[in-house]
Write a protein that binds this ligand. Structure first.
Ligand SMILES: NC(=O)c1ccc[n+]([C@@H]2O[C@H](COP(=O)([O-])OP(=O)(O)OC[C@H]3O[C@@H](n4cnc5c(N)ncnc54)[C@H](OP(=O)(O)O)[C@@H]3O)[C@@H](O)[C@H]2O)c1
Length: 325
């Protein structure tokens, strides 16, 4: 593995349940593997069963390699406890089916890592009518967090929601009029990616206010600039390629393991128990843009989101989300 650890390797019982969206690749893969190696049950929620199955096999191979180095800080299970569940975040129907399927298992939920994401996509609208990055990165994760919150509130001490955001938020516009990019003569791919990441941070602040004093905390983070498929998938954009080339040449492009450290630390570090409403830039608490911290903007996007999802959120869910139950 080589790279220095910057999270504590703690020991979890198998009963500690962690969901990582997009746990089959990149940052999510490393996050899932390391949390599973600490003993927790990890559910990787992603689109392709084939890719998920392959990822779980590779995690187990790498787990055996770690064990063969004589490590005593990770579990000595025969196999990691990692399972796949299907979700396509570009579809609210699929997202709701995933939510219902998980709730039907009756399991507790201790950590929800909203990690899956797409970046720098051309102007595309989902079947639900929303801009693709808005829906995949933000809206569907909001729906998941809303429905899982009542489960997490019943799951005992120290439950955590983690939004994997990006410093790209700082370059984005906050403009409720053009939120879906419709009618724009020139759709800004960086801008709309950054907006989706901005809303994840705003959601963190809004939820942290409402969850104050309860067993569920929420954090958000920037993982650094990380060499993952998200880069390859944005390869048709010259600016995207140029930026990543720059990071590579200057030695600032992280491996997926290095990129996962921030998420792993936020999910497992005992010191962060009860710490809510904090944005981490790599492993340091940091201050996101002024617009992300603007409470009036946060409440606007919160209300807008509740309106969009109103047919998928019943009164009990909204009451829990609003911190009233
Ligand atoms: N890499 C960076 O430099 C960087 C920087 C800042 C923030 N981030 C954030 O880090 C997170 C992880 O990104 P990554 O770099 O690890 O990228 P990645 O390797 O491309 O992984 C993205 C994950 O998201 C999943 N995903 C994409 N669309 C989905 C959908 N519609 N439904 C369900 N899952 C979907 C992918 O699964 P499939 O196999 O189904 O495609 C994959 O597992 C993202 O939120 C990203 O915005 C990354």
């Amino acid at each position: 593995m080589g790279a220095k650890m910057s999270f504590p390797v703690v020991r979890f019982p198998r009963e500690r349940v962690v969901i990582v969206t997009g746990g089959n690749a990149g940052i999510g893969y490393e996050t899932s593997k390391w949390i599973a190696m600490m003993g927790a049950k990890v559910i990787i929620a992603c689109r392709s069963e084939e890719r998920a199955t392959k990822a779980i096999e590779t995690m187990n191979t790498e787990f055996q390699e770690e064990k063969s180095k004589g490590r005593t800080d990770i579990v000595d299970y025969d196999q990691l406890c990692v399972e796949y569940m299907h979700v396509d975040l570009a579809s609210l129907k699929s997202t709701k089916q995933f939510i219902d399927a998980f709730i039907a298992t009756g399991q507790p939920l201790h950590v929800l890592i909203c990690n899956a994401g797409v970046a720098l996509m051309p102007q595309t609208y989902t079947d639900d009518g929303y801009e693709l990055m808005f829906q995949v990165n933000y809206l569907s994760h909001f729906l998941i967090a809303a429905h899982f919150l009542p489960v997490m509130k019943m799951s005992g001490d120290d439950c955590r929601i983690i939004n994997v955001s990006s410093l790209a938020e700082s370059l984005a516009n906050f403009d409720m009029e053009t939120i879906q990019g419709k009618g724009a003569s020139n759709f800004g791919r960086f801008d709309h990616y950054g907006r989706s990441k901005l809303y994840q941070i705003m959601q963190m602040y809004s939820m942290a206010r409402r969850l104050e004093g309860c067993n569920v905390t929420i954090a958000s983070l920037h993982p650094g600039t990380v060499d993952t498929e998200i880069v390859q998938n944005s390869n048709d954009l010259l600016l995207g390629r140029a930026l990543f080339a720059f990071y590579k040449i200057t030695g600032n492009l992280r491996t997926p393991f290095e990129g996962a450290k921030t998420s792993i630390n936020a999910a497992v570090n005992p010191v962060l128990r009860g710490v809510s409403g904090v944005f981490y830039d790599t492993t340091r608490p940091a201050t996101p843009s002024r617009k992300a911290r603007n409470e009036s903007n946060q409440e606007k996007i919160w209300q807008y989101t509740l309106d969009l999802l109103k047919d998928l959120l019943n009164d009990d869910i909204v009451s829990c989300l609003e911190g009233k139950s």
